[in-house]
Design a protein around this ligand. Structure first.
Ligand SMILES: NC(=O)C1=CN([C@@H]2O[C@H](COP(=O)(O)OP(=O)(O)OC[C@H]3O[C@@H](n4cnc5c(N)ncnc54)[C@H](OP(=O)(O)O)[C@@H]3O)[C@@H](O)[C@H]2O)[C@@H](O)CC1
Ligand SMILES: Nc1ncnc2c1ncn2[C@@H]1O[C@H](COP(=O)(O)OP(=O)(O)O)[C@@H](O)[C@H]1O
Ligand SMILES: [K+]
Length: 493
């Protein structure tokens, strides 16, 4: 997994590498500048005429060093120093002086239309307050200018900690994230302001954390190595049994999507437990499933289904009526297997929060933001502001694994926090959450540990969404396209 750092965690690593390992900060700065220039070249920036806009901190220092490297390559690179000269950091002051010694041109404003590329080196991870006054004007003038913008480390004005816009922020085409991606590169709206973001190695590695690692990680292709292995001599009994309790009258699709997703994930057998009216539909759409259907599902039927399964998912399209309430209460009380609770199961839980205490099997809750509002009592605004903290606090308090679904989904058990970066807005379409429930239930049924199953499920679900976006497009894709792409995604590992 990849570490996603806060400004403070980045500062700690910087400090350790410079002060404890003894790497001079100017060496790091030179590497940052060289890697940034290389990235601009690789990304096809038109370097006919470049303006580097530098502030007075080390982000500005990176900018001065980049300007000098470009200038010495024969590129027309000019500088606009917009910082407070009395607050220049030692390194930035030295880099500025070097540019002056070379006789480079400093400008005092941003004439329209004269530059092909602007380098934004006003603020980096040291942004400490809202951007106001002349800094605001500088950033707005950069945004108005037609030149393509490259942001050093993070667009100026974006908080490294949560991706928020601190008053105003630079809109970059490309961002070179130094050493680690900050949370602000991944969380919205920071992600959009950063444009295409690339990680640049400048010699600060995880050794800089000295064993005190950042709190948040993002899953990467390493996830594939966690997936259940398939023994050559295995049979459908050994590849796990998943039970999906889903669908109600007029909601057969939710049972189909979640059940089919569990099957595609590699589960040996999938049982769908649903209302009798869905029987024919499911037998036609999903002949691979074992069906358990009754007009009114009895407690005995539910208990039998649970004792057959290795994991169960409950909630997609379940409805919230009395029968559904009874079903959920029975499952929470009787289940001895890991459970995924989604959609209507969560809506019912919001009315009976104490039900979470029933039973002692591992529980994975997968609310979207609206469901989380009802479940947690926090407002949407609070959740949007602090999704990581509030998700972790809920998971800890209720001793569950929480998958808080949004454009960036958070998975947490209260201690570990994972922020998923796969997926796209094409997935904001009915039924895509049902597919996720099926994937996670399928992975659990094959014996994955609950936290790993939740993280892997969210990652694979997002990758399926990304493949669907490539092949079908974000507008036209449907949740059935996620099912179509999932086998190929699983084959990539
Ligand atoms: N450590 C290293 O050697 C390495 C660091 N690296 C680079 O350093 C960057 C971090 O550098 P940093 O810590 O100096 O902070 P930085 O982002 O330049 O900002 C601080 C300046 O901005 C100012 N300021 C802040 N907010 C403001 C506001 N709202 N409105 C107005 N002013 C505001 C603040 O002013 P002051 O508070 O002093 O008035 C100060 O002058 C990092 O992103 C990476 O690019 C790499 O070169 C690798 C090696
Ligand atoms: N803009 C987006 N970027 C990435 N993923 C998204 C975006 N919008 C929605 N998703 C994902 O799509 C899924 C939608 O789930 P949910 O709202 O429960 O759908 P439904 O209830 O229709 O099944 C979640 O996994 C969510 O993370
Ligand atoms: K910047």
């Amino acid at each position: 997994m990849e570490y996603l750092v806060s400004a403070e965690e980045m500062r700690r690593a910087d400090h350790c590498v410079i002060e404890e390992y003894g790497v001079p900060s100017l060496v790091l700065m030179e590497r940052a500048a060289l890697a940034s220039v290389e990235l601009m070249e690789r990304e096809g920036f038109d370097l006919s005429r470049v303006l580097v806009v530098s502030g007075s901190g080390n982000n500005g220092g990176d900018g001065f060093a980049m300007a000098r490297i470009l200038y010495l390559k024969g590129i027309e690179a000019e500088l606009w120093f917009v910082g407070n000269p009395d607050h220049l950091s030692k390194e930035a002051a030295l880099q500025k002086k070097i540019c002056e010694n070379y006789g480079m041109k400093f400008v005092r404003n941003l004439p329209a239309g004269e530059y092909t590329t602007i380098v934004d080196a006003v603020f980096g991870s040291g942004l400490s307050r809202e951007v106001k006054g002349s800094y605001r004007e500088v950033i707005e003038s950069i945004n108005r200018h037609p030149a393509k913008v490259f942001a050093v480390d993070i667009p100026s004005g974006i908080s490294s900690d949560d991706g928020s816009v601190q008053g105003t922020a630079v809109r970059a085409a490309v961002t070179g994230a130094l050493a680690f991606r900050k949370l602000g590169h991944v969380l919205y709206p920071g992600t959009e302001y950063a444009g295409r973001t690339f990680l640049l190695d400048i010699g600060i590695t995880k050794e800089g954390f000295k064993g005190q690692f950042p709190r948040v990680q993002a899953p990467d292709r390493g996830i594939f190595s966690l997936l259940p292995t398939r023994k050559a001599f295995g049979n459908k009994g050994t590849f796990g049994k998943a039970c999906l309790m889903a669908g109600s009258r007029n909601m057969a699709g939710a049972a189909y999507l979640s059940g089919k997703a569990a099957a595609i994930t590699g589960t040996g057998l999938v049982r769908v437990v649903t209302e009798g009216c869905n029987r024919e539909i499911l037998q036609t759409l999903f002949p691979e499933a074992v069906l358990t259907t009754e007009e009114m599902l009895s407690e005995e039927t539910l208990v039998n289904a649970l004792s057959w399964a290795d994991a169960a998912g409950i909630g997609p399209g379940l409805s919230t009526g009395e029968a559904a309430e009874k079903e959920l209460a029975c499952v929470l009380t009787q289940a001895k297997i890991p459970l995924v609770l989604d959609a209507d199961a969560l809506n019912i839980l919001s009315k009976h929060p104490d039900w979470l205490k029933k039973g002692d099997t591992p529980k994975i809750l997968t609310p979207h933001m609206g469901e989380m509002v009802r479940l947690s009592g926090h407002s949407m605004e609070e959740l949007k502001q602090k999704p990581l903290e509030l998700a972790a606090a809920y998971a800890k308090e209720h001793e569950v694994i929480l998958v808080l679904k949004d454009a960036r989904t958070v998975v947490t058990d209260g201690e570990r926090i994972v922020l998923n970066t796969t997926g796209n807005n094409g997935m904001a379409t009915g039924g895509s959450g049902d597919v996720l429930t099926g994937i996670i239930t399928g992975l659990l049924a094959q014996g994955m540990a609950p936290f790993e199953a939740a993280v892997s499920g969210v990652y694979l679900h997002g990758l399926a969404g990304d493949r669907a976006a490539e092949n079908t497009g974000v507008r036209g894709m449907l949740s059935t396209d996620l099912l179509k792409e999932l086998p190929g995604v699983l084959k990539e590992g």
